[in-house]
Design a protein around this ligand. Structure first.
Ligand code: FES
Ligand code: FES
Length: 170
């Protein structure tokens, strides 16, 4: 049975035929749409490597069935760069050494973007660590990751007109 869904992925609306209703959003992104920036770690909701935004909220794409997302807006790591300018969270990860091997990094960054737009973390490092705890890093780059989230948050707080892209809507 083939299902047809419509998704807006990184700002582009696409009609997608799905021939297996069990396909996850993660596999759809990676294997059908060539958006391989989103990583597969555990494939069971335990590592956060597959984090993307769905309608602005961060989710583990390995746990989400694509067929249930008809009409949703998806943002992946590929959707953050605009006109060759890094998103403030991406820039902060580089500035703060928020990665080593980089495998967890797309998920960390997407989670951080979602976390900042949730507006819950403030400038409390412990709170940021707690709210990012669903994203594991085997390299142990946690200190840089936390610092990057705090730095990006400061930059984005200075730009109150920014949307989820971190850039001014004007
Ligand atoms: S791959 Fe989805 S949480 Fe690990
Ligand atoms: S940077 Fe290597 S797993 Fe996080």
């Amino acid at each position: 049975m083939t299902l047809s869904i419509s998704l807006t992925i990184n700002g582009h609306r696409q009609d997608i035929a799905i021939d297996d209703p069990r396909v996850t959003l993660l596999d759809l992104l990676r294997e059908r749409l060539d958006l391989t920036g989103t990583k597969k770690g555990c494939d069971r909701g335990q590592c956060g490597a597959c984090t993307v935004l769905v309608d602005g909220r961060r989710i583990n794409s390995c746990l989400s069935l694509a067929a249930t997302l008809d009409g949703a807006a998806i943002t992946t790591i590929e959707g953050l760069v605009e006109h060759d300018v890094l998103h403030p969270v991406q820039a902060a990860f580089i500035a703060c050494d928020g990665f080593q091997c980089g495998y967890c990094t797309p998920g960390q960054i997407m989670s951080a973007v979602g976390l900042i737009s949730e507006g819950h973390a403030g400038d409390d490092a412990e709170r940021v660590r707690e709210l990012m705890s669903g994203n594991l890093c085997r390299c142990g780059a946690y200190q840089g990751i936390t610092q990057a989230v705090l730095e990006a948050q400061k930059v984005m707080a200075g730009n109150p007109a920014a949307d989820i892209s971190g850039r001014s809507a004007a």
